[in-house]
Design a protein around this ligand. Structure first.
Ligand code: HEM
Length: 160
């Protein structure tokens, strides 16, 4: 049905905005501002509180992106789409694995270290989370580029 495609892409867009926009704000805006203004005993609990609110939203975004993406790819397009969609799926899978690792490993340790006021341990976990978020942000921007420019690029390349 014709309305399904735009509804799926609107949900897809929402997932992109939540995940990529949230990482961009956390990494490029909030983190440097907190580093410049706050000492570790204030900064580390603040960053943990930010993750406590942002990470559950990332799970919502992951469900939205995979649900709507597979809806379009499998149900509406019969699994016949350009290379850009396959690239998007591959990059999204990598991003999902990286985020799952953040969620299950360093985020948990950060929570425990902050609860015990162990600032060196918390700082080390935050540094790892920062690197992994920077990786996912880069992958996410490339993935969004494939999604946005992919259809026209695929068509242009297939025409030679
Ligand atoms: C981080 C993950 C992802 C990001 C940032 C992303 C981003 C995008 C963007 C920006 C678009 C353009 C349409 C729009 O504005 O919504 C798009 C289209 C699309 N995405 Fe994704 N996507 C991701 C994951 C996935 C996954 C897991 C699938 C699963 C199959 C998928 C399938 C599709 C399909 C089928 C389209 C339509 C392409 C076309 O019209 O040719 N995406 N995506």
């Amino acid at each position: 049905m014709t309305y399904q495609w735009p509804v799926a892409l609107a949900l897809h867009q929402l997932g992109t905005l939540i995940w990529i926009g949230g990482m961009l704000f956390a990494h490029l805006v909030l983190r440097p501002a907190a580093n410049a203004r706050l000492a570790p005993p204030e900064r580390l609990p603040l960053m943990l509180a930010v993750f406590d609110r942002f990470f559950p939203l990332v799970w919502v975004a992951i469900v939205l992106l995979w649900g709507s993406g597979l809806w379009v790819f499998l149900a509406l397009a019969g699994a016949k789409m350009g290379w850009h969609v396959h690239a998007m799926m591959g990059l999204a899978a990598l991003m999902t694995v990286i985020f799952s690792f953040i969620w299950f490993v360093p985020y948990r340790v950060l929570g425990r270290a902050v609860a015990q006021a162990d600032w060196p341990a918390a700082g080390a976990r935050l540094a790892l989370i920062r690197r992994l978020i920077a990786t996912n942000l880069t992958l996410g921007l490339v993935t969004a580029l494939f999604g946005a420019a992919g259809p026209t690029l695929s068509a242009a390349l297939s025409q030679g």
